[in-house]
Design a protein around this ligand. Structure first.
Ligand code: HEM
Length: 545
């Protein structure tokens, strides 16, 4: 299997994982029933849903096309279109052409819309009641709900200010607890900490960083009280993400007798309930009424406050506000936090990279010791400078995206459109779907020589003045067009900021004493998951060297 095939194969893994399971037959029967149920329910409703087989078709096509040879021939024989357009049904086309896609996806959302995909995700995956009334409300409110998100998570100044509010330096200093008597912090709870001595602990890095990132991000959206009050917030989020999301998206019904799915769906219900409680408190707060539990609402973000106003304006009950907001809660964390782990893993495991990045970020993460002999602490911290003036840090992050993210843009055609791609012209019908699985290009050796290698400087270029800068180039981790990610600026800054603070304050080494080895990957829900966690020994950085 070549590199490109391997990349595409990770997408197929969702299906492969299911079919190699002992209950594979039962699962496939369930998928078939789900498809049938979908078809039946579609007839009775005005709702438009992404067919449940589309994610599977995207994965299969990606694998076959990328494999070249027989796979490509088979795929080309079965497809309905030519050139860069693949797909076997008249309902869905798959565009594999990085040249043609940018212009096409720039079409206004009145023609090419992400809304029906969002509706499908909101109901099938995030569990909002799929009624026609809510379909209309979601249609009418989606713009207002997203504008609120973009104001904080896409705006550069607002994202930087949010990162500064999060006190990354203070929290990073407490990334791990060394004392057996001290209470573990929320982000340490699932990291299976083992104390080695009063200066070193062994932890599961993926879980630690995933939960640390979530503890930085979630309070910026919903306030610290929400995180403190909701005891199982992290385990619920990841149980839903790991065990329920991948099955729900391919149409497996929530009642299917699969243990992980049932647990993930139960976690989803708890998240709905907690978000409903939060939106009740937000409403009380905005109305100047006494707030349940006398909860501190002072740091709930403008995003949540504005979204509540939009929800009220469109007549959402508080119950449905909770269900609907799970999409944003998940979007804020589902990709960002797993990526943080991959980024740190690559930085520490790539020979020489840690030292180079430490030097590069030093002017923007400054240290001083309160007294001679004390451990240095971060005294000044400049997230804007990290984004602006640290090309290696940034390029290493882009390279992490390339190797570990699996972005796909999926749109619904509200109107007929003409697509020019791969030297062909295609007339696409209204009422059909178009998708672009960007991950296939991420392993194209013509775009990225030696594509399976982690090359941290791969994205560094010189600008017109000769200054080194990191540019995304053809990489599309955030998707594209009007449906592009609404949290991209914040996510990038969060990972850079936490990453820079970690390298500045912490040393780590593989717990087994062997050489660094990155774990294998399995498909995730946008970012790949590690096949197993990485056990590392964490210590405060040694200043002797
Ligand atoms: C590393 C982290 C992240 C990655 C890799 C990522 C990636 C993506 C991708 C690929 C899409 C689909 C774009 C398309 O269809 O063309 C998307 C959509 C979206 N993302 Fe992100 N995302 C990340 C973090 C975030 C964060 C922090 C938020 C904040 C709330 C967020 C909010 C959203 C929303 C609301 C959408 C739907 C946009 C729409 O339908 O118009 N994402 N993201």
């Amino acid at each position: 299997m070549n590199a490109t095939t391997e990349a595409a194969a990770t997408q197929l893994g969702l299906v492969a994982r299911a079919s190699s399971h002992p209950y594979a037959t039962a699962l496939l029967v369930l998928i078939a029933s789900a498809l049938l149920l979908n078809a039946v329910s579609r007839k009775a409703s005005k709702q438009v849903n992404l067919p449940a087989w589309v994610p599977i078709e995207i994965a299969l096509t990606s694998v076959l096309v990328a494999s070249g040879g027989l796979g490509l021939r088979l795929c080309s024989m079965l497809r309905r279109r030519t050139g860069a357009l693949f797909g076997v049904t008249s309902k869905h086309s798959i565009l594999l052409d990085i040249k043609g896609q940018d212009r096409f996806f720039a079409a206004p959302s009145s023609s090419l819309s992400g809304h029906m995909r969002d509706w499908t995700m909101t109901t099938r995956v995030f569990g909002m009641d799929a009624t026609d009334e809510l379909f209309d409300k979601a249609n009418a409110s989606s713009k207002g709900l997203y504008v609120a998100v973009e104001r904080l998570f896409v705006n550069d100044a607002a994202s930087t200010a949010a990162i500064l509010r999060a006190d990354v330096p203070g929290k990073i200093a407490r990334l791990a607890t060394f004392s057996p008597d001290a209470k573990l912090q929320k982000w340490e709870l699932s990291a299976q900490r083992r104390i080695i001595d009063d200066k070193a602990v062994e932890v599961s890095l993926a879980k630690l960083l995933r939960d640390f990132g979530a503890c930085i991000a979630i309070p910026l959206l919903y306030g610290q009280d929400f995180v403190d009050r909701y005891e199982t917030i992290l385990s619920d989020l990841w149980s839903f993400d790991n065990d329920a999301f991948p099955l729900l998206i391919i149409g497996v019904p929530k009642w299917a007798p699969i243990k992980g799915l049932r647990e993930g769906v139960a976690a989803r219900s708890r998240m709905h309930k907690e978000l409903e409680g939060l939106y009740r408190r937000i409403t009380q707060y905005q109305n100047g009424e006494p707030v349940d539990f006398d909860a501190d609402m002072s740091d709930v973000s403008a995003v949540a406050l504005e979204r509540n106003k939009v929800y009220i304006e469109h007549g959402y009950s508080v119950h449905h506000r909770g269900q609907s907001d799970l999409g944003i809660f998940w979007a804020q964390n589902g990709n960002t936090q797993p990526l943080l782990f991959w980024f740190i893993g690559y930085v520490y495991s790539t020979p020489g990279l840690l030292d180079s990045i430490r030097k590069e970020v030093a002017p923007y993460v400054q240290l001083a010791a309160a007294n001679p002999g004390d451990e240095p602490e971060i005294t000044s911290y400049d997230p804007a400078g990290l984004s602006r003036d640290c090309p290696l840090l940034k390029s290493a992050l882009f390279e992490t995206f390339r190797l570990t993210s699996e972005p796909t843009s999926i749109r619904y055609l509200n109107r007929p459109l003409t697509l020019h791609a791969g030297g062909h012209t295609h007339d696409l019908k209204a009422g059909t779907w178009l998708s672009a699985p960007h991950a296939v290009a991420q392993y194209d050796p013509e775009l990225y020589p030696d594509p399976t290698k982690f090359d941290p400087a791969r994205f560094i270029e010189e600008d017109e003045s000769g200054r080194r800068i990191a540019r995304y180039g053809k990489l599309k981790p955030w998707g594209l067009g009007t449906g592009i990610c609404k949290g991209r600026t914040f996510a990038e800054k969060e990972i850079l900021a936490i990453g820079a603070a970690i390298v500045t304050l912490w040393d780590m080494e593989p717990a087994d004493g062997a050489a660094w080895k990155m774990p294998g990957t399995i498909p995730g829900t946008g970012v790949k998951k590690p096949t197993e966690d990485m056990r590392v020994i964490l210590r405060k950085r040694s200043w002797a060297a």
